[in-house]
Design a protein around this ligand. Structure first.
Ligand SMILES: *[C@@H]1O[C@H](CO)[C@@H](O)[C@H](O)[C@H]1NC(C)=O
Ligand SMILES: *[C@@H]1O[C@H](CO)[C@@H](O)[C@H](O)[C@H]1NC(C)=O
Length: 288
């Protein structure tokens, strides 16, 4: 009796551990992983929780956030951006912690007139300080289909990728005195809002509200990540084997692909904007 109940307790404990490990890599379910935070019905979870849409009209945009907080992760999401005339709209997809000294890792998609290119804007904040913008055009139409936007965030580096191609790497430059995001857990956030005071051609092109509502779609969320809960990390107990991403870096093939993107598609890099940094570039700029 005693032994059978203790073995069933053991079974229950291992089932709980197994299911929590599996939850980290399970297929996307927006109802389970995210909460719609604003937009009064403009954000919707559809298709058996496999699809999420955000919309924007003259009254409001909309947004959602992850239920989990993460401290490091390799996080993928597929987005299909607002089609047609999306000028003035911004779709933001980012990781952020809270407070005035927050850390943040940003993708922002700046809309445009039909046929004119979106800008993919990226930034990294550490300890409340950003000013690390890099901007890119994309090598495909991001409104025609879903594409995968990924953030690898581990203790050594942050790598932004598009369809598996790295576009930007932000290395840990603590040895140069640059704070690195590694102590504050972050949630995933996304929102679609009106930013026609700056987004398209620097604010020259305004949102055409006759085209509203504007809609962006999300699917296939996948987080290979350390979930932070009550002061401890889910990675503390899992095997180092399943967390190879925690020490992942770019091999020479991927470094070459990133160079290709930066040579052909990068349109702004704070590390080359000498007007902005007359006293000299930030220390991390000399690390590439
Ligand atoms: C939503 O589900 C419908 C019906 O199953 C399917 O045809 C459609 O492709 C799905 N949409 C997306 C964006 O996954
Ligand atoms: C919009 O298109 C114009 C003209 O091609 C281009 O200069 C601009 O960079 C594009 N993107 C945004 C977000 O303004």
């Amino acid at each position: 009796m005693a032994s059978s109940s203790s073995s069933s307790v053991l079974f229950m404990i291992s089932a709980v551990i197994l299911s929590s490990v599996l939850a980290v890599v399970s297929a996307s379910n927006f109802n389970q992983d995210f909460t719609i935070t604003w937009g009064d019905g403009r954000a919707k979870i559809l298709n058996n929780s496999q699809l999420l849409t955000l919309s924007l009209d003259k009254t409001s945009g909309s947004g959602f956030q992850s239920n989990n907080e993460y401290l490091f992760g390799k996080i993928d999401m597929q987005l299909k951006l607002v089609p047609g005339n999306s000028a003035g709209t911004v779709t933001a997809y980012y990781l952020s912690s809270q407070g005035s000294t927050h850390d943040e890792i940003d993708f922002e998609f700046l809309g445009n007139l039909s046929g004119d290119p979106y800008i993919l804007h990226t930034n990294v904040f550490s300890q409340g300080k950003g000013n690390r913008e890099q901007q890119f055009y994309l090598w495909f139409d991001p409104t025609a289909d879903f594409h995968t936007y990924s953030i690898l965030w581990n203790p050594q580096r942050i790598i932004f990728s598009v369809d598996g191609t790295p576009i930007r790497e932000f290395k840990n430059a603590e040895s140069f005195g640059v704070p690195y995001p590694k102590n504050q857990p972050m949630r995933i956030y996304s929102s679609l809002w009106n930013a026609d005071d700056w987004a398209t051609r620097g604010g020259l092109v305004k949102t055409d509200w006759t085209q509203a509502p504007f809609t962006a779609s999300y699917r296939n969320f996948n987080a290979n990540a350390c979930i932070w809960s009550s002061g401890s990390s889910s990675c503390a107990s899992s095997s180092s084997n399943s967390n190879a991403w925690l020490s992942e870096q770019l091999d020479s093939t991927n470094q070459g692909r990133m160079k290709w993107v930066q040579k052909n598609y990068m349109i702004y890099n704070y590390c080359t904007d000498s007007k902005r940094f007359p006293q000299g570039f930030p220390p991390e700029c000399s690390m590439s």
